[in-house]
Design a protein around this ligand. Sequence first.
Ligand SMILES: [Zn+2]
Length: 311
Amino acid sequence: MPATTCIACGTGEFGITRLDDTHQSLRTCKHCGTSETCPKPDPANLEAHYSENYYGTDNVKFVPIVEAFVGWMNRKRAARVHTLVAGRTRILEVGCGRGLLLHQLAQLGHDCHGTERSALAARRASQTQGLHIYTQPLEECPFDGHSFDAAILWHVLEHLDDPQKTLALIARLLKPKGVVYLEVPNLASLQSRTSGKNWFHLDPEHHLYHFSPVGLHRLLETSGFQIEQRSTLSLEQGPYGVLQSWLNAIGREKGTLYRILKRESFPGLMATFREFAMAAGLVLPALLFALMEAAIGRGGVLRVVARPSAR
Ligand SMILES: [Zn+2]
């Protein structure tokens, strides 16, 4: 059963949007725009999803060129986190997946701890030197209060059963001058509003919640944080989000190109050629669209730097 009040702003007035091809709906708060997937994905199905198909075989998720791009983005993200903290620090990543970002941060000399609900991904990440990975829920991890300098949640908050509870716990685990660095898909982005149920980052099979700028702001505030910086531009998520949403609208089946790039399925030579041909024609307009929407503050993601509110 969904909560009777909005998880972000606590009010209780909602609008319902049906997602006709999934038997699911979005229940959206009329005050702050935070949405909840109803009914929520079955936890048993979620566990099955966060398996080899989600994280890839041999700790490799995508085809080589995309894997190289993801690696480069993780190095850039680690450098950014490094500038947000002073010196060599203790860092927590909630939902660290394959541990690529933590690995980069460990290389920069930080003491890196991660949580990951997929035992498979956690096992692979813990094989990387210098990482401490925990598979239990965050509240059951052996962490002392005020012991971390930074916490990272990268496309994780939307997957959690109780984002408010997790954020409030993180506020207690962070040192008073600690920092939380997070990113989620932006439900109020132009790519979301113009693509509707074809929006690539909507993903109701995995995403329990969907955030607007106002809703995320309220959620962080009620969890004990003050936002310091925000942005809606992501070169990793924005342009591909537009491209795959457009392909979803004109193609026969949603997410075909993504599944090819993830090495999850191969629809045959002709279908693959057709998919890449359509993508080639759309890639430049998609890039321009993503840059334009971010320039007016309505890009595909909500990226936030926040610090614990003064107590
Ligand atoms: Zn709300």
